[in-house]
Design a protein around this ligand. Structure first.
Ligand code: FES
Length: 172
């Protein structure tokens, strides 16, 4: 009774088919994602980058990390992901301003020397307002401005990545 060859074949097919499905479904998801789409969702809403009163009105640029509280892709959710860095300041008329710290040439992190922005990779230099200084390096445009506002005493910045090594400012 337990050695019925037909029954054994059916059982083998059922177990084999089940195992195939167990392997095939995650493999398909690896390529397509659970919804059939490959997506990584980074926030497009303004992100909190700190208290506005840390910046003196009319004071110098300060560097801040831009951290997303949540980044999702098809499979996982990551928290507190550093997206990049920006320079922020408050102008004399109390407007918040922000510049991306990503060099528009090839993406190195620019630094601030108190007067100009400098890129350590290929020596591009930018004015204190972020404009490219001609003849200093290969950057084809100035630093990228980022939308920022003060809301309830907090600086809220919208992170945008632009295409590199172009004169125009097109979103990546
Ligand atoms: S990456 Fe900044 S000048 Fe090349």
């Amino acid at each position: 009774m337990g050695d019925d060859p037909d029954r054994r074949k059916i059982l083998t097919c059922a177990v084999g088919g089940g195992l195939g499905l167990v392997i095939a479904v995650p493999a398909a998801r690896l390529v397509l994602g659970p919804t059939g789409e490959q997506t990584v969702t980074t926030p497009t809403d303004p992100l909190d980058v700190g208290a506005a009163d840390r910046l003196k009105v009319g004071g110098p640029w300060q560097k801040v990390d831009v951290v997303a509280p949540l980044v999702k892709d098809g499979w996982t959710t990551a928290r507190d992901v550093v997206l990049g860095a920006a320079f922020v300041r408050r102008t004399a008329d109390n407007q918040a301003q922000a510049l991306s710290a990503v060099c528009p040439h090839l993406g190195c992190a620019v630094g601030w020397d108190g007067k100009n922005f400098l890129c350590p990779c290929h020596d591009s230099k930018f004015t204190g307002d972020g404009d490219a200084i001609a003849g200093t390096g290969p950057a084809k445009r100035g630093l990228d401005p980022l939308p920022v506002k003060i809301e309830d005493g907090r600086l809220r910045l919208t992170w945008i990545r632009y295409q590199l090594d172009t004169a125009s400012r097109d979103k990546a």
